[in-house]
Ligand binder design. Structure first.
Ligand code: SF4
Ligand code: SF4
Ligand code: SF4
Length: 249
């Protein structure tokens, strides 16, 4: 039986999630042995138009990116969004809160009008094409990446947590950071990172995106105890969402 052909593509991002894959070391060799990697700019020079699984890192920020990701979608049987830039637009979505011309001027200065620097509103991959699976986080969790890929290779549906980070945080016995004045987004953000940030004393700032229905699944006890609503919490999604307004403190 032929091995599934895998291609990895990058769009607007820091490529940190691909680095997590490279850092898998021995486990990467196992995975690479189970698939046929036909394109991966960061690791090999081959290119291909034929693949079964396409893994997309990065957000869609230019008109030509939309066309490129549509072509990739049309060629792939399974399409996976890799990391927060691809799954929710990531930090690149910050720019959607400002006038695009202002953003271009701020970043590129006198070169802002050059055609190849043209930019559009940032989109997550699933705002442009259908996505079959998402590997969340900024950066992704290496163990979750290998778990999801192994499931797909075995024809199984991977189970992605649909409960909030608070569940993992409480399971680790952490004191709640809200008690210390930090507005932690754990009640509305998807678990799976092992409550990485609150376990180190930093609030969750939302890199894994919202749980499927924050209104139903949120850790209501935390929210109610501190008198905020789910909607108010969503407005605090500064780094990875569009809740930020330039007038916010
Ligand atoms: S999700 Fe984070 S680590 Fe991954 S590519 Fe985007 S910015 Fe980099
Ligand atoms: S709000 Fe943050 S610190 Fe508090 S329990 Fe939830 S994840 Fe932990
Ligand atoms: S705690 Fe929140 S911000 Fe930190 S890794 Fe987990 S989901 Fe991302």
């Amino acid at each position: 039986m032929s091995k599934p052909r895998v291609a990895i593509f990058d769009f607007a991002c820091c490529e940190g999630c691909q680095l997590q894959i490279v850092d898998l070391e021995e486990e990467l060799l196992d995975l690479v042995g189970a698939v046929d990697v036909v394109e991966w700019r960061e690791a090999i020079s081959d290119q291909s138009r034929e693949y079964d699984i396409a893994i997309i890192e990065g957000s869609i920020t230019r008109p030509e990116d939309e066309k490129r990701v549509e072509i990739i979608r049309s060629r792939a049987k399974i399409l996976i969004a890799l990391g927060a830039c691809a799954t929710i637009g990531g930090v690149n979505k910050l720019k959607n809160n400002f006038e695009l011309d202002e953003v271009k001027k701020y970043v590129y200065g006198k070169d802002a009008t050059m055609a190849h620097l043209d930019t559009a509103m940032t989109k997550a991959v699933n705002e442009v094409v259908e996505v079959d699976y998402m590997i969340h986080g900024c950066p992704i969790d290496r163990k979750e990446f290998t778990y999801i890929i192994r499931c797909l290779l075995m024809g199984k549906k991977p189970e992605i947590p649909e409960w909030p980070v608070c569940v993992e945080c409480k399971a680790r016995g952490n004191p709640c950071l809200w008690e210390y004045g930090q507005v932690c987004l754990g009640p509305i953000i998807r678990a799976g990172c092992g409550a990485r940030c609150p376990s180190s004393g930093f609030r969750c700032f939302g890199c894994r995106g919202y749980i499927d229905d924050p209104n139903v699944n949120a850790a209501k006890d935390v929210i109610e105890k501190f008198g905020l609503s789910v909607e108010e919490l969503k407005e605090k999604m500064i780094l990875f969402g569009t809740g930020y307004k330039p007038t916010d403190e």
